[in-house]
Design a protein around this ligand. Structure first.
Ligand code: CAA
Length: 387
């Protein structure tokens, strides 16, 4: 029996900032952002979209196509938690009307959180093949106005359904994990934005990739040439490009070309959405599946990285007929529905979203019909509504 991803849903808020305009406003050369960092746009969440509402919206993209009664595990990875105690996944469970018997909780280890959830969910389904699990990554990447990390912000969520005999990607039990207690990126309780040692974080990311990829190859006897694609956590697309260059070093031209083409396909969505922390690797996967040229049984390697730091490399195999489980037109429409906001408007919305909304004041969303949003707090209890 094989276990893996049967469905993928994606959501990003309805506003974006153009990177050329942001570069001009900050007095930088636009090519630094467009080429040097590799980002064209970044999605922007106003006060009414948070980790919970985005996670609900991502899951609703496939919820009506599957038997939700088989779901008895719901895991949410996020580093944009809405409460120090109550799990974000409980709000999601309620919106999705999942049964009270569902086991549900939130996981945190920076951008690694969704991968941690995936591993738990796959093992769970291996033991309970009749059951299925939902794993969500949902985040708002915020570094602050005028900081060097500003160009690597973003907002969005990816939700996957894990089940036996999946329709998209089977996930092997082999994996290579590596961790170290370091301070490359973190967000202390008294800060609404992340603190980061940017250059150090990129060095550690590449070091962890080299270690886990080599270890995985040693364990499984797989060669770089066995992979149809290698995909990465993409805090910004240039980061994954650098890791991919390391992977293809000393490979023959055909392999380099194949892995570079598949990397480009995997980075299409992140280039426009920006960093979505926990969900970023899975946005790369969706982008590869919808913009690449994968065939049945192709091997895809996935590198997950969470600052602090935790890295893991694992692999999956593409399932025949996987395109029947995707909807690229709908995902493109989701990106294209976003309205561009000026840099001044972005700065205003950014500052507003950092403030705790006044209690008992209802927030109004400008999202389209059907989407969920955060409607403010009633007596300090968060309220979520559907438009
Ligand atoms: N045209 C083309 N390229 C240009 C250019 C121009 N005019 N000007 C500069 N560049 C290039 C530079 O040469 C450089 O390229 P290389 O990296 O290939 O050398 C690139 O643009 C970036 O320039 P800088 O290094 O000068 O940029 P910076 O000092 O402003 O910082 C950053 C970049 C470190 C990524 C910063 O944006 C940051 O701290 N981001 C947040 C941290 C982060 O994302 N880290 C990633 C690893 S950690 C992780 O993955 C977890 C997570 O999600 C956060």
């Amino acid at each position: 029996m094989q276990v893996g991803i049967d469905r993928i849903g994606f959501y990003t808020p309805n506003k974006y900032v153009d990177m050329t305009e942001l570069a001009q406003a900050r007095g930088d050369d636009p090519n630094k952002y467009l080429i040097g960092i590799g980002q064209s746009q970044m999605s922007l969440a106003d006060q009414t979209q948070d980790a919970v509402s985005m996670g609900i919206n991502a899951t609703l993209r496939y919820a009506n196509q599957v038997d939700m009664k088989t779901v008895d595990l719901l895991i949410m990875g996020t580093e944009s938690g809405v409460d120090q105690s109550k799990s974000a996944s409980l709000f999601v469970k309620s919106a999705l009307k999942l049964s009270p018997e569902v086991r549900t909780f939130e996981i945190k280890e920076a951008c690694f959180g969704m991968t941690a959830g995936m591993m738990i969910a796959c093992d769970y389904v291996r033991l309970h093949p009749q059951r299925s699990a939902i794993v969500i990554g949902s985040d708002l990447a915020r570094y602050g106005l005028g900081t060097s990390g500003e160009v690597t912000q973003g907002a969005g969520s990816v939700s996957v359904l894990i089940k036996a005999n999946p329709g998209i990607l089977t996930i092997g039990a082999d994996h290579s994990a590596y961790s170290s207690d370091i301070n490359d990126f973190w967000r202390p309780n008294d800060s609404p934005v992340a603190l980061v040692d940017g250059k150090y974080s990129t060095e550690v990311y590449l070091d962890f990739f080299k270690r886990t990829f080599a270890d995985y190859q040693g364990q499984t006897q797989k060669q770089t040439s066995d992979f149809a694609a290698l995909i990465y956590h993409l805090p910004f697309t240039k980061m994954g490009y650098k890791a991919n260059r390391l992977a293809v070093d000393q490979q023959d031209t055909a392999i380099v070309q194949r892995l570079e083409q598949s990397f480009t396909a995997s980075a299409v969505y992140s280039r426009e959405v920006g960093n979505i922390y926990t969900a970023s690797l899975y946005l790369s996967l969706l982008s590869l599946l919808e913009n690449g040229q994968l065939k049945a049984d192709n091997l895809v390697g996935l590198f997950s990285y969470g600052s602090g730091a935790m890295g893991e490399f694992y692999a999956g195999q593409v399932v025949a007929g996987y395109t029947d489980h995707l909807n690229p037109e709908k995902d493109l429409a989701l990106l294209q529905r976003r309205q561009k906001v000026s840099v001044a408007e972005y700065e205003h919305l950014f500052n507003e979203a950092l403030r705790q909304p006044e209690d008992n004041v209802e927030l109004v969303s400008d999202e389209e019909e059907g989407y969920w949003y955060f409607a403010g707090c009633k007596d300090h209890v968060r309220q979520y509504k559907q438009k």
